[in-house]
Design a protein. Structure first.
Lengths: 262, 98
């Protein structure tokens, strides 16, 4: 606590409350409290701290990659921008589009497991800059470290997507960015019966300014909810601002039922 | 024993939880309290902050200050925030709380 701002409020009579306000501008992210101190020349001093509150880090407005694109009806475009790993509290997609016809758009964002619809239908005619709000937990970095947006032309006319940008607020947190399965060094989403062993690589990112020690637990669940395999890497140190890939090798599928999705 | 007072009328009675309880409230008495030896003290009564804030976006911290046991003079208040944060645009509002 270094920044201190003092106010003189003079005399306080008994049974009178004085409310004092400060406008504060947070410049760092994390969980914080502020402390207020009052002192009187003859009546001592008192100090109280506020309840803790969270300050979210700004992801300054950044353009989504990709040049201006014309979308015919039912066509879509996916654009992304490199973004930080973390929990996104709120964001805004700002799009500039134009059409000489009347049409409508639908907008999705990638939430780390799939596309999340954030704008079901918006009619467009002429040129327009439009902001679409993104709520808590609706957007996340994908395995490439990008925040991705999908715009679909759901109307009957053509539309030009001139540009799009993302602005967001988030907290940096350690996250699993990606999980890849490989057989004989080749990435796969299915395993043949004759391949009895496969490997899993888990990509964990630590975007914070502190080293992080964690147990990484890989759990493979069968369709009936039973655990087909459970492996753990204990006390793994993930250095600040780095990602690590953890390999779980030679996972045996000999006793797994064929044809099931795990 | 419990004491009850309304303005300057005080009564006393035995607590119902007392092992020797019996209904027995006293008459009303006038009692004068000499508080001349008490000194006033300044008190930070309440601090109100948002649950969530956003980097580089202004937010307001409201604190309520009061004086107990008499008036307090030449009162200064200050706020301490994390290093690098900005503070400004303060204002003061007065109101009675009784």
């Amino acid at each position: 606590m270094l920044e201190i701002k003092t106010q003189y409020i003079g005399t306080i009579n008994e049974n009178v409350l004085k409310r004092v306000s400060w406008i504060v501008n947070a410049t760092t992210e994390g969980s914080f409290s502020v402390t207020v101190n009052a002192n009187s020349s003859g009546q001592g001093t008192d100090s109280e701290s506020s309840a803790a509150f969270t300050t979210y880090k700004q992801f300054a407005q950044a353009s989504l990659a990709g040049s201006a694109t014309e979308l015919n009806p039912n066509q879509e475009i996916v654009q992304g921008v490199s973004c930080y790993v973390g929990d996104y509290r709120i964001a805004s997609i700002r799009a500039l589009w134009n059409t000489s016809e009347k049409t409508a758009v639908r907008v999705y964002v990638y939430n780390s497991t799939g596309w999340k619809e954030i704008l079901h239908s918006h009619n467009v005619s002429g040129t327009e800059t439009y902001s679409v709000p993104v709520l808590r937990g609706q957007i996340a970095a994908n395995e490439s470290g990008e925040c991705a947006v999908k715009i679909v032309n759901i109307g009957t006319g053509r539309i030009n997507i001139t540009s799009a940008s993302l602005e967001a607020y988030y907290t940096s947190t350690v996250k699993v960015l990606d999980i890849k399965t490989t057989v004989n060094g080749i990435e796969t989403t299915g395993i043949e019966p004759e391949d009895s062993l496969f490997n899993v690589t888990v990509n964990v990112s630590n975007p914070t300014a502190s080293d992080y020690v964690s147990n990484i637990n890989l759990s493979i669940t069968a369709p009936d909810g039973s655990i087909a395999n459970s492996s753990i890497v204990s006390n793994l140190n993930i250095s600040a601002s780095l990602s690590v890939k953890i390999n779980f090798t030679n996972i045996n599928i000999n006793n797994w039922r064929r044809g099931l999705i795990f | 024993m419990q004491l009850h007072f309304w303005d300057n009328n005080w009564t006393a009675e035995v607590n119902e939880s007392d092992s020797n309880y019996n209904v027995n409230a006293s008459d009303k008495f006038n009692i004068s309290l000499d508080v001349s030896a008490c000194t006033a003290s300044i008190n930070v009564y309440e601090i109100i902050v948002p649950n969530e804030t956003f980097q580089y976006k202004n937010f307001t911290v409201n604190a309520t200050i009061r004086s107990q046991g008499g008036s307090s003079s030449d009162v200064y208040t200050n706020i301490s925030v994390p290093s690098g944060w900005g503070v400004g645009n303060q204002n003061t509002i007065y109101r009675n709380y009784k």
